[in-house]
Write a protein that binds this ligand. Structure first.
Ligand SMILES: Cc1cc2nc3c(=O)[nH]c(=O)nc-3n(C[C@H](O)[C@H](O)[C@H](O)COP(=O)(O)OP(=O)(O)OC[C@H]3O[C@@H](n4cnc5c(N)ncnc54)[C@H](O)[C@@H]3O)c2cc1C
Length: 436
């Protein structure tokens, strides 16, 4: 399709719909900035629902992520989380989790210590905040409560038996069972999303509660895969818990999972209602940074579209999302061909030892920024004053190994929006702490 492009004019354009892009859109709207967001939303569905700030540092599991941030500043001063003041990180997490709760997905208030949350692999992992539907699993694991973990015939990516095999030696009161899911007993493959939508129907919940009650055998807690509804999961959780007469918690499934789909649908519904210009499931094909404004170009099903913005926030992720591209000559940033901080050659991407505890240099590749989250040229100059970046696109972090995916996304989104607002000029009445 061709013709005159449709045009939108906003103060801030966010590119990317992962956790960083969505957090940035949310923070920008909270500040009263007119905002547009473009991106494929699929990335969100990969999140487990756990919001990790900093779970591992130098191979050690972190109990107190706030003092670990201080250690990170000393050991890895170039890490994106080391460049933002801890009080700003804390503020960003509080605002983000409070906003999620106001969207109908209750999240635990981030505390002073990491929580230890059960995973589908049968491990417990450090995380700062998780959906309220998963919270009782932390307590049950800590107190070794008599717990029944249930999985379902036909559901892949979640095995109650595996969970019990791995956690059971340290948690003697843990048992497992497999049930048929009500209305899905024909022996086919089950999908968590379909099960979650089915559990929004009271009759399905009643039938499931009956099947679980029949095998409870004195368990005071029940663990289920994350299937407790897509919309208003806390309501589904409360209703099923009441019907069971036992404490109920969810454990994430393998991605893509319901916890991420919930976030995706909540953002897609709520943020446009708060004024966001959302162009979902599309990619920006061209970005021009001019003296007066930035221009994003893309096509959607109605034809060409242009977004004109005073500032642009790039939150396009890494290789999986297309924010970085790796080829024979090195690692590129495909939209603007931004300089990518990376090892000197492909031979230096990986260490010989695949399981090297310090990780692989390629995982630290990304976009290098100044303290205002503005991408830098190799000589240290800002690429363009209208351009900001956030999320795991940023150099100097290894979010998988350090368990800091959401931390990097939320904290840098907050700091980048704050910096973009400062660039856009007065009228932004927010008085939260500076990034660094
Ligand atoms: C399997 C898996 C499990 C995870 N589990 C956890 C967990 O337990 N805890 C935790 O804290 N974090 C977890 N994460 C990390 C977390 O989900 C996010 O990946 C992370 O927080 C970073 O998000 P991001 O927004 O920076 O990047 P991404 O999530 O990668 O999002 C990038 C976005 O940019 C878009 N994009 C790219 N190019 C363009 C373009 N040209 N135009 C428009 N849009 C574009 C993509 O479509 C995508 O929407 C997990 C991630 C994965 C993959």
């Amino acid at each position: 399709m061709s013709g005159e492009p449709r045009r939108h004019r906003v103060q801030l354009a966010v590119i990317g719909s992962g956790l960083a892009g969505c957090a940035a859109a949310l923070f920008a709207l909270e500040r009263g900035l007119t905002t547009a967001q473009v991106g494929h939303s699929g990335a969100l569905a990969y999140t487990s629902g756990h919001l990790d700030l900093l779970g591992v540092l130098d191979g050690r599991v972190v109990d107190d992520p706030w003092s670990a941030l201080g250690e990170l500043q000393r050991r890895q001063p170039g890490h994106p989380l080391a460049r933002i003041a801890p009080e700003t990180v804390r503020h960003a997490f509080h605002r983000f989790t409070a906003a999620l709760s106001s969207l109908g997905i209750g999240y635990t208030t981030p505390g002073d210590r990491n929580l230890r949350a059960p995973t589908p692999a049968g491990t417990v992992k450090p995380t700062l905040s998780l959906p309220c539907t998963m919270a009782a699993g932390v307590t049950a694991a800590r107190e070794r409560s008599a717990t029944l973990v249930v999985d379902f015939a036909g559901l892949e990516g979640f095995s109650a038996r595996q969970l019990v095999a791995n956690l059971g030696p340290r948690w003697p009161g843990l048992r497992c069972t497999r049930l048929d899911f009500p209305g899905m007993e024909d022996g086919g493959v089950l999908y968590p999303e379909a099960m979650a939508r089915a559990l929004e129907v009271p009759a399905t919940r009643e039938r499931l509660a009956g099947r679980i009650r029949a095998v409870l055998e004195g368990a005071s807690c029940v663990g289920l895969p994350a299937i407790l509804g897509i919309h208003r999961p806390d309501r589904v959780h409360r209703a099923l818990q009441r019907a069971l007469g036992a404490t109920l918690f969810e454990v994430p499934t393998m991605p893509p999972g319901v916890a991420g789909i919930r976030l995706q649908e909540a953002f897609e519904q709520a943020l446009p209602a708060r004024g966001l210009t959302l162009v979902s499931r599309q990619k920006v094909t061209r970005l021009q940074l001019g003296k007066e404004e930035a221009t994003l170009q893309l096509h959607d099903s109605y034809g060409p579209l242009e977004i004109h913005a005073g500032a642009v926030l790039l939150a396009t992720g890494r290789f999986l999302s297309g924010g970085l591209v790796a080829d024979r000559d090195g690692i590129r940033e495909p939209l603007l061909d931004l300089p990518v901080q990376q090892p000197p050659g492909r031979d230096a991407w990986h260490r010989d030892d695949y399981l090297a505890p310090e990780g692989h240099p390629v995982n630290g590749a990304g976009i290098r920024c100044d303290r205002w989250l503005r991408p830098l040229n190799p000589d240290g100059r800002v690429v363009h004053p209208r351009l900001f970046a956030a999320g795991i696109l940023l150099a100097g972090q290894d979010w998988v190994r350090q368990r800091c995916g959401a931390g990097v996304a939320i904290a840098t989104a907050f700091a980048a929006v704050q910096a973009a607002a400062r660039h856009l000029g007065p009228g932004d009445g927010d008085s939260t702490p500076n990034p660094g």
